[in-house]
Structures are given as C-alpha cells and as structure tokens.
Design a protein around this ligand. Structure first.
Ligand code: PRE
Length: 263
C-alpha cells in the first residue's frame, strides 16, 4: 500500500476493488437510501426551508460538515465529498508519483451540485406530508431540525453512492487501458460515456430500488404507521426517479474522473 507526499501531506496508495465487488457495494447502499427516503417521506416540512436555492438547508449542512471534516469524513480515499466545504486537492501524475491502472487517482469533479439541484427541484416537491411521526404537545406538526437532519443524511448517502463512480471508473479503466487511453487523450467525454455505460446493470439497479421501496412501504403499513393510501405508490415513484437520476450522476462522475485520469 505505502504512501506518497502530495502538497506536503502524505497520501496512501489505494488500489480499487474489482467491478463485481464494487457493484456489491453499490447494491448494499440501496436499502439505506430507501430507508432514509421513507423516513423523510413521512415528515411534514415547511417549503420555505428550500427557498432561495436551499439556503437554509445549505447553512444547516455547512455547520455539520465543519465537524465532519475535523473527524476525517472527507479524507483522501473515503469517497465522501462535502457539499459546502472546499474540495480535496486532486492528484497529479509524475515520474516519482505514478498512477498505474487500478490505483485510485483523485480528480477535481464533484457531483454534489447536481445532487443538490435534483433534491431541491424534484425530490422535495414529492415530500408533501401534512402530519409527522413526531408528536408535540403544542400541536405543531413541523420540526425543521428533524427534517433538515434527514435531508442532510440522505444527501450524504446519495453523494457517497454517486462518488463510488470514481472507483467504478478506475476499475473499468484498468480492465481496458488501451480503449480508454485514446478517448482520454482525445478528451472525448461522449465516447467515454458510451464505454462506461451498461444498460443491463442499470436495469438491475432500478429493479432492486423498486423492490426496496416496496418492502419499506409494506413494512411501514403493516407495522401500523399512519400513512395515506397513496403512500406506497408515491414512495415507489420517488425511488424510481431518484435512482434514475443517481445512475446519471454516477455516470457523469465516472466520465469526469476518466477525463482527468492522466493528469
Ligand atoms: O455498474 C456499473 O457498471 C456502473 O457504471 C454503475 C452504474 C450505476 O450507477 O449503478 C452507472 C452506469 C452504468 O451504466 C451502470 C451502472
């Protein structure tokens, strides 16, 4: 494994897993995402939280991210990237610091702006409960802190999932160095996108997300949660939109990673 110095700090040499293993990792994060989505779905929220391009949500996230950064959450190789803090410095290939195929190479791209836009523009409008599972003696149904905490948790999970695209990209590059190198040298993003796309795999991801949404909805209903008749369908619809977008953003992250792979 070993380490190398980058900008005065030492960075570990991190090999990436093979594609079947990474796909297992991606599969394992689906249930947690649908689980938080289900929980968030069943909270009442005040639309003004998301006004002004989500400024309240961003402020809420930025406070936690300072604490998270201090405990190493966004360190090199964690595949977790902050929404509100500066990004990690990208790697540079050199003679002394070679990045052979199969070794993780940090790039400068973050999918978080796309994830935030999708969240604010699409997902939030699908969350429209008027009641909440929190009970307040003053009869208030809204709990901004509880809502924003779930938003933040969900966004961090979505971001982590999408940024695993960086190691998907590395493992695909290692498996086809010649094919990718010419596309990278030509900075052919469309060609790279075509080469990383696997529609059979996408269909499997979407069907697993659908099964998870169904299972969580049924679990809430049979365990006695107070939910509307439309809940299961609405959750299903949101999960389908979410995972379609997530695959798109993951693919963007793969493409951007590869465009910078030889930097
Ligand atoms: O599993 C892959 O091959 C990936 O590139 C990941 C992923 C996904 O986001 O799940 C993204 C693009 C591919 O078209 C298929 C699936």
């Amino acid at each position: 494994f070993g380490t190398v110095m980058v900008h005065g700090a030492s960075r570990p040499i991190l090999p990436v897993p093979g594609l079947p293993q990474i796909r297992n990792i991606l599969a394992q994060i689906e249930a947690p995402i649908i689980s938080v989505l289900t929980e968030r779905f069943n909270l009442a929220s005040d639309p003004s939280l998301y006004a002004n391009n989500g400024s309240k949500l961003r402020h809420f996230i930025s406070q936690q991210e300072i604490i998270s950064a201090a405990t190493g959450r966004y360190d090199y190789g964690k595949l977790e990237y902050p929404f509100t803090l500066p990004l990690i410095v990208p790697d540079k290939t050199s003679k002394e610091n070679a990045f052979p195929p199969g070794r993780f190479h940090q790039d400068s791209y973050s999918g978080n702006p796309s994830i935030t836009s999708f969240y604010l523009d699409t997902l939030v409008s699908l969350f429209n409960r008027s009641t909440s599972f929190y009970f307040h003696l003053d009869n208030s149904t809204v709990d901004d802190d509880a809502v924003l905490s779930l938003d933040r948790t969900l966004l961090a999970l979505l971001s982590h999932r999408a940024h695993i695209g960086k190691i998907v990209a590395e493992t695909k590059y290692a498996a086809n160095v010649t094919g990718f190198t010419s596309l990278i040298e030509a900075q052919d993003g469309a060609g790279i996108r075509a080469l990383v796309t696997n529609t059979t795999q996408e269909a499997g991801v979407l069907s697993q997300a659908s099964a998870a949404a169904d299972a969580f909805a049924q679990a809430w209903v049979t365990s006695g949660a107070s939910v509307s008749d439309a809940f299961a369908n609405n959750l299903q619809n949101a999960a389908a939109k979410l995972f379609k977008e997530l695959i798109d953003i993951t693919t963007d992250i793969e493409v951007q990673y590869l465009l910078q792979r030889l930097h």
